[in-house]
Design a protein around this ligand. Structure first.
Ligand SMILES: [Zn+2]
Length: 623
């Protein structure tokens, strides 16, 4: 460390804000002031304090340091500290020389006493003495106390070295024999008062000098700067741990720019949308959708088959595929109340698509259309939606199951709408990660189904704006919330257990719902909807092999991203089964098989049994 790699801030009320170097000191304001005679007495004006003293001190400092940041108020000093702190690299110390007027205390006492006991004469006297800018600023001893307490509380870096420079010491006192400070601080020439010295040291000063500065002072300053630099460098690991622990709670911390979205934007954006919807502006333009009639035809046909691959279509084509499915459902006379024409539906779908993050690899609009198409297929298969393409003969001539019979067109439409919004605004990390980081979103939802709650709330704002009849329908809203929250894989085994109970109940009732109350039927219908969207959400593993394999790779990439963020943040992994091994095909295959055996297959099989043999979720067409 040479003396150029040390910042020096020099605070003195009698100076001007400027940066002084050896090559410009002769042109500096301090130099001009030194040759002028000060005739404006101020609160901190002293008999001997002409500009020559500041100029002399700067020259002394520049005998060792290359650059001095001169400031003339506490506020300017603090802003300079934080500016240098932000832009500094590699443990660069910042020496802060704080001017403390010798009789500061008496002046403060007098100042605080006089206005409280005003007399006609005193008022005039005080008004003449106080400089107008004085009361708002923090200066001298007060500033020293503030800076050192900030350092103690880690709000300011330990690399800041506060040093007191006592000015305006009475010449008569200064000429008395000097009391030397303790040996460790062998540089306080001119300090005549041990009590005063101790007071400054106790307040956090690393050293105390009297003005005018001597060359010896400056040498000891360099020693202090070097010492703190060494100490901090030695404690580097601890230093990093402190920074990490700050990262653990993201509230109010703005140094993690890349994670700003996770940190607070999700919550602030959502709350603004809920509380001030009139201020939300977006630019949805249906003319942005650009698909040839031929491709439009291809995607409209593709959504009618389980061999559908969302990877084969671009975002605009996927949007038109979603439009075809919604329009098909809305042809049902029972759904007249929620009808929208194709332009309105297109705008709603565009607004929904905009709410998905393009930077997220898996949980984006493509996944959502894939889930929508899976649900659409299930609902057509169990006969809740009419055959698709319209007018075609039903593929399944099997009788409906009792639970399948509980589902009505209203439930089918709600499920399709839920699918479109079920991952809105997904940040590409899982709930456990958001909880581990104590993210604002996790705090908002008390660590429970954090993302699913967010998707639901954020999607509600889109519905409010672009499909008001859906938003206004309390029953639809209830079922949508129920269905979106069901996609939390953290609740998977609870759903499996509820499903087991349903199967038992059906078995005891001859596989019918005869004699069940309306309330019980409603409950099981809600459960069936939750189970269907769950099946659709993880149905990618049941697609044709090459389609499923592509989904697996994309999801693995998203998990790997989270793994990298965890490494960067120095936190244990929040991924089920640990971070994926992207380049190890055996491990990837094992993890896919594990997922299918533990989660997917038992769910698909039980749902098939309860909702009808025609449920395609459990069928493997991949061979
Ligand atoms: Zn999903």
């Amino acid at each position: 460390m040479d003396h150029g790699t040390c910042n020096v801030i020099y605070l003195d009320r009698r100076a001007d804000n400027e940066i002084v170097r050896r090559d410009n000191i002769s042109r500096s304001l301090a130099s001009r002031r030194a040759s002028a005679v000060s005739d404006t007495p101020g609160y901190f004006h002293f008999a001997k304090s002409d500009g020559g003293e500041i100029h002399g001190n700067l020259e002394t400092l520049l005998s060792i340091f290359q650059e001095i940041h001169v400031v003339n108020s506490g506020a300017a000093c603090l802003s300079k500290i934080s500016h240098l702190n932000e832009s500094s690299i590699d443990h660069k110390p910042t020496v802060v020389l704080i001017d403390v007027p010798y009789d500061e205390e008496q002046r403060w006492k007098r100042l605080s006493r006089e206005p409280r006991t005003p007399s006609p004469n005193a008022t005039r006297h005080v008004a003449a003495v106080i400089e107008p800018e004085m009361p708002g600023d923090i200066y001298g001893m007060h500033l020293l106390l503030h800076v050192s307490s900030e350092i103690q509380q880690h709000s300011l870096s330990r690399l800041i070295v506060p040093v007191v420079v006592v000015s305006g010491q009475d010449e008569r006192l200064a000429s008395l024999p000097v009391l030397q400070s303790p040996s460790v601080l062998g540089s306080q020439a001119g300090m005549t008062d041990t009590m005063r010295l101790i007071r400054y040291l106790d307040a956090g000063a690393v050293d105390v000098y009297s003005s005018p500065l001597h060359k010896d002072h400056v040498h000891s300053l360099a020693v202090h700067a070097y010492r703190v630099h060494k100490e901090v460098a030695k404690e580097e690991p601890q230093f990093l741990v402190n920074r990490r622990s700050r990262k653990m709670s993201w509230v109010g911390v703005n140094e993690q720019k890349p994670y700003a979205y996770l940190r607070e934007a999700m919550v602030s954006g959502l709350l603004q949308g809920i509380c001030n919807p009139e201020n939300v502006t977006d630019s949805i333009n249906p003319n942005d959708v650009n698909v040839t009639p031929a491709r439009q035809q291809i995607v409209a046909e593709a959504v009618g088959s389980w061999s559908f691959s969302a990877h084969d279509f671009n975002d605009d084509e996927l949007l038109l595929g979603a439009l075809a499915m919604l329009q098909h459902a809305l042809t049902m006379p029972e759904l007249q109340d929620w009808h929208m024409d194709s332009d309105e539906l297109l705008i709603f779908l565009l607004a929904s698509r905009t709410a998905y993050n393009e930077f997220v690899l898996y949980h984006n609009f493509r996944h959502v259309v894939d889930v929508l198409q899976a649900l659409f297929t299930f609902l057509v298969q169990i006969g809740t939606l009419p055959p698709y393409p319209p007018g075609s003969t039903p593929q399944s001539g099997l009788p409906h199951s009792a639970i399948g019979n509980l589902l009505k067109p209203f439930d089918a439409l709600t499920l399709l709408i839920s699918a479109i919004g079920h991952d809105v605004g997904h940040p590409g990390v899982n709930n456990a990660f958001l909880v581990a980081l104590n993210s604002p979103l996790a705090q908002l939802y008390n660590d429970r189904s954090v993302l699913e709650s967010f998707h639901c709330a954020a999607y509600s704002q889109i519905l409010r704006r672009y499909w008001p009849s859906v938003f206004a329908d309390i029953g639809m809203r209830k079922l949508m919330i129920n269905s979106i929250l069901a996609t939390d894989m953290g609740l998977h085994f609870k759903y499996m257990s509820d499903l087991g109970n349903l199967q038992d109940k059906l078995a005891h009732n001859n596989f019918t719902t005869d004699g069940w109350s309306v309330k019980v039927c409603e409950e099981y219908k809600d459960l069936a909807c939750g189970l269907l969207i769950k099946c659709a959400d993880i149905s990618n593993v049941a697609r044709r092999f090459h389609v499923a394999a592509q989904w697996a790779i994309i999801l693995t990439d998203e998990f790997s991203h989270q793994g990298m963020m965890e490494t960067e943040l120095g936190i244990p992994t929040c991924l089920f089964g640990g971070p994926p091994e992207r380049d190890n095909p055996i491990k990837m295959a094992q993890s896919q098989i594990g997922f299918m055996n533990i989660f997917a297959r038992p769910l698909f099989e039980a749902v098939t049994e309860s909702l009808g043999r025609s449920d395609r979720g459990a069928e493997r067409e991949d061979g």
